[in-house]
Design a protein around this ligand. Structure first.
Ligand SMILES: Nc1ncnc2c1ncn2[C@@H]1O[C@H](COP(=O)(O)OP(=O)(O)OP(=O)(O)O)[C@@H](O)[C@H]1O
Ligand SMILES: [Mg+2]
Length: 492
């Protein structure tokens, strides 16, 4: 827990700390800090809070009364320098005066000197920011992350909140599902979602709450460029090796036994239309967890540093929602430094942030990355050990085509004879899974347009109209295949 760690730093006279914290968690962080520091061993510490608009004031009072003339960043540092009390000074959004357009070299120099001076006094300056990037304080500042609330914190918060409900109002049950629906939100956001639900449904119950909070969370995820992927309506045909590989990891994933290896994720490379996205969506139900579909390109922002900040937000949320599957489609486009849609520098930074997180992540987040174009895949991505495995998904062979056709025929309740299925298998060599799916859907559409039941002839008609993409893309496919022979494991 961050507060125990913070206590070690503060009581050991560390003078400058950074806390990364989402904007809506600022007040819950400060409240918790104030309660916690008051009980430090050998006498509590006072907590002061500063913002540019209000100035510096003491926390834990009935009313926040800022000290006069402490708005100015230089003045507040002077004020801190002049005090002798055991105290933690939380400066919120102070970084803007240290770096970027509003940076003031005088403030930087003053903070630098002060941080050295406070090393021997019981005062600590704590910079509270959504994201901290202060290379000039390297070695002097220690950065901790407040993160999003854990399941235990959410449970305690909900129980406390419901206990305060006036008599006569039913206290909803704090069940597993409700806690799960709150994961990924800050305490302030959970509070907002509950207040909103309470207004709409005065007779709260567990299930209504779960539904409403989940909607609130979906909206938040959408703003972050993430969709919670629905379970697909068709199963994946073929790809037996990949399925067996996954089934073996199912028990390990999110196992409470920390001594066992945690599955990190899988990379799926292959021919377009052969089911990579479909597998990614199915992995969630295979592992029994939701699938967060991240569109990295939607995170790109024209302001320097913002893209990485956006990505960190998403990754933090994924860890809070964990166990979860994080699916990134077409990674080669998302991280392609040569792409014209975003500049190479940003891509490099984003890739670095992502790979670093993959290395360090503590929570069970299973990453599924899919790619079509192997040439533009950054080599760092493919380094041994980055993913648990890289699978190559090729055009389906005869038995896989049978599997895929059966799945799609079943979807529309179509029964064909063994001979008819065999004929389709024989005539669809080089078809992708997507083309097989199209064949059946289009035949159903044809019959429906004529207001009649589907005949085998309809399928044959559509079959005559399809030229498999692979026939046109032969060179590309051969290129991926020769790459895969060296770099990946066949998925079937
Ligand atoms: N192995 C399969 N089993 C069942 N259906 C499949 C399979 N492969 C493809 N399909 C069908 O084709 C559709 C498109 O496949 P999908 O989008 O998963 O391919 P992809 O490999 O991700 O393609 P792209 O590289 O173009 O993104 C699926 O939604 C499904 O209906
Ligand atoms: Mg796809």
């Amino acid at each position: 827990m961050i507060f125990t760690e913070l206590e070690h730093f503060v009581t050991a006279n560390f003078s400058l700390l950074g806390i990364t914290c989402s904007p809506s968690s600022v007040s819950s962080f400060t409240r918790e800090l104030t309660a916690y520091t008051a009980n430090y061993p050998n006498g509590g510490y006072q907590v002061f809070f500063w913002t540019y608009d209000k100035g510096l004031g003491k926390c834990g009072q009935r009313e926040f009364k800022p000290l006069p003339n402490t708005n100015d960043p230089l003045n507040v540092l002077e004020q801190i320098e002049d005090t002798q009390d055991k105290a933690v000074y939380v400066l919120h959004n102070f970084q803007q005066f240290l770096t970027g357009q509003k940076a003031d070299p005088l403030v930087v120099a003053r903070l630098f000197n002060l941080a050295h001076k406070l090393k021997i006094t019981p005062q600590t300056i704590l910079l509270l920011e959504e994201d901290i990037n202060l290379p000039m304080f390297e070695g002097l500042i220690h950065i901790l992350d407040y993160g999003l609330p854990s399941a235990a914190v959410i449970k305690a918060f909900l129980k406390q909140l419901f206990n305060r409900f006036p008599k006569g109002i039913t206290k909803p049950h704090v069940g597993e599902k409700l806690i799960r629906s709150c994961q990924g939100l800050t305490i302030a956001e959970i509070n907002d979602a509950l207040r909103f639900t309470l207004k709409k449904y005065p007779n709260l119950n567990h299930d209504v709450l779960v539904q409403q909070v989940s909607q609130f969370k979906l909206a938040k995820l959408k703003r972050l460029g993430v969709e919670l992927s629905n379970e697909p309506d068709v199963k994946v045909g073929g790809l037996r090796t990949l399925k067996t590989w996954l089934a073996r990891r199912k028990k390990l994933f999110a196992s409470p036994n920390k001594k066992l290896p945690q599955p990190k994720g899988v990379m799926l490379v292959g021919v377009p239309g052969c089911g990579k996205s479909l597998i990614a969506k199915n992995i969630g139900s295979e592992l029994g967890v939701p699938v967060m579909h991240l569109d990295i390109r939607s995170l790109y922002h024209s302001l320097l540093g913002e893209t990485e900040k956006n990505l960190r937000r998403v990754l933090k949320t994924a860890e809070a929602i964990a166990p979860v599957c994080l699916w990134i489609d077409e990674v080669e486009k998302a991280f392609d430094a040569g792409s014209s849609t975003h500049d190479g520098g940003v891509s490099k930074g984003v890739l670095g942030t992502f790979l670093n997180w993959m290395q360090e992540k503590k929570q069970p987040v299973f990453v599924v990355a899919t790619a079509n174009k192997v040439n533009s895949l950054p080599p760092e991505f493919l380094r041994k050990g980055r993913f648990d495995e890289i699978f190559f998904v090729d055009l389906p062979n005869a038995s896989e085509r049978e599997d895929i056709l059966t799945i799609h025929l079943k979807k529309f309740g179509i029964n064909l004879s063994v001979e008819q299925v065999q004929m389709l298998i024989d005539k669809t060599e080089d078809f992708t899974g997507a083309e097989l799916a199209y064949l059946i859907t289009e035949a159903v559409t044809l019959a429906h347009a004529d207001d009649r039941k589907l005949r085998f002839k309809d399928i044959e008609t559509v079959l005559g109209e399809i030229t498999p993409q692979a026939n046109r893309d032969y060179e590309n496919i051969e290129q991926i295949r020769s790459w895969a022979r060296l770099m990946a494991r066949p998925a079937s």
